[in-house]
Design a protein around this ligand. Structure first.
Ligand SMILES: Cc1ncc(COP(=O)(O)O)c(C=O)c1O
Length: 288
């Protein structure tokens, strides 16, 4: 049983994988990343992840030196070495190895790292009972500062949020944007349910375009559930009939309470359950 990583295509046991200390990813957080997962050992929606990774890299002027087919082959080669039933795969593309300066012309790169480890599933208890979140004081990065649509490995904004949420006994942080609207979780997108309809902040709220979020919005009409992308406040979350978070590793995760306040009766509601089941069904049927 072991985890593996590939560094520029070379696969080694995870704990032997090395990147030079002058890599811009290490020195400056000058890199982008994706996290994808497997279902039944097969990568889920790699095409969407690669598309988003290219868009992020493009915003930073980092070239991605492989086609989607080549990237998928590398992911598959990594998975073939691992003997975990389900894997988490983190792909990091950094600008490359520089000289600890903003002299980007001297950088030799990019560096492409893929990290495979066993997927830690969300506990059944969390799916059954929902989780506790809190609105943290730290605000989501302003889109004109470090646009959250860029899936950058510079995650200090998220780390500050998670530290604060954990200190307050919450399992996920909800970050507001600079205008006080709900942006997203530290590593999740936020949905509320009102009168049977889904509402989620639009990309213009300053969020990452989550792949799970995108799929939920695509699936909702097929479930007879209306969905709207609109600005939400904490009052909308606190007053919702139901709420849930979405992400690759947590799928659809009900929210039970915000700090001490329960959302409705504090139990995952019927629309959340419907979306959870539909998403899982979609995932199992749409792997690469
Ligand atoms: C800030 C942020 N928002 C949302 C998400 C959910 O995105 P996805 O559904 O693509 O995993 C993530 C995932 O890591 C994230 O980091």
């Amino acid at each position: 049983m072991g985890s593996f990583a590939s560094v520029n295509g070379e696969i080694v046991p995870l704990h032997e994988a090395r990147v030079p200390v002058l890599d811009n990813g290490f020195v400056f957080g000058d890199s982008v990343y994706e996290v994808l997962r497997t279902y039944n050992g097969r990568p889920f929606q790699s095409g969407r992840h690669f598309r988003r990774m290219r868009a992020s890299a493009d915003r930073l002027g980092i070239p991605v030196p492989a086609t989607d087919g080549e990237l998928l082959d590398q992911v598959r080669a990594l998975l073939a070495r691992a003997d975990h039933v389900e894997s988490y795969v983190r792909i990091v593309v950094s600008r490359g190895v520089g000289n600890s300066s903003y002299d980007f012309d001297t950088v030799v790169g990019p560096t492409v790292v893929m990290i495979q480890k066993e997927l830690t599933p969300v506990s059944e208890r969390q799916y059954e009972e929902g989780i506790r979140v809190c609105a943290v004081a730290v605000r989501r990065n302003h889109p004109r500062s470090l646009d959250p649509v860029i899936k950058s490995s510079n995650l200090l904004n998220n780390i500050l949020a998670v530290r604060e949420a954990k200190a307050r006994g919450a399992e996920e942080a909800v970050l507001l944007n600079h205008e006080g609207h709900i942006a997203e979780g530290a590593s999740t997108n936020v949905f509320v349910v009102n009168q049977g309809a889904l509402r989620t902040p639009p990309l213009s709220a300053g969020i990452l375009g989550g792949i799970t979020r995108e799929i939920v919005l695509e699936l909702s009409p097929t479930l007879g559930v209306a969905s709207r992308e609109e600005m939400l406040t904490m009052d909308d979350l606190l007053g919702a009939d139901e709420a849930f978070l979405s992400s690759t590793t947590r799928e659809i995760l009900p929210v039970r309470q915000v700090d001490e306040s329960l959302i409705a009766d504090g139990r995952p509601g019927p629309v959340t359950r419907k979306v959870m089941a539909a998403f899982r069904e979609f995932a199992l049927a749409h792997c690469d």
